[in-house]
Design a protein around this ligand. Structure first.
Ligand SMILES: [Zn+2]
Length: 75
């Protein structure tokens, strides 16, 4: 899971699409059995890594752009 470094909210992000992107920009997210987030964009599903997040994801709560880190699990 990913954590916004600005407001400390977890995994509430929106994807930024480049202006050239021609798909319909539908995306959804869910957790798989390994508790990894899976993103589906226009029918294409993948597991984003931190690099992807910091290039494409904007925090839905605070609007911070590209400031993510892996959430550290409390053990
Ligand atoms: Zn935030």
């Amino acid at each position: 899971m990913f954590l916004c470094k600005n407001c400390n909210s977890v995994d509430k992000f929106e994807l930024m699409f480049s202006p050239e992107y021609r798909g319909s920009k539908n995306f959804s997210q869910k957790y798989n059995k390994k508790n990894e987030i899976e993103i589906t964009v226009d029918g294409y599903t993948f597991v984003p890594d931190l690099r992807f997040m910091n290039e494409h994801a904007v925090c839905r709560y605070c609007g911070q752009i590209y400031l993510w880190e892996y959430e550290r699990k409390q053990v």
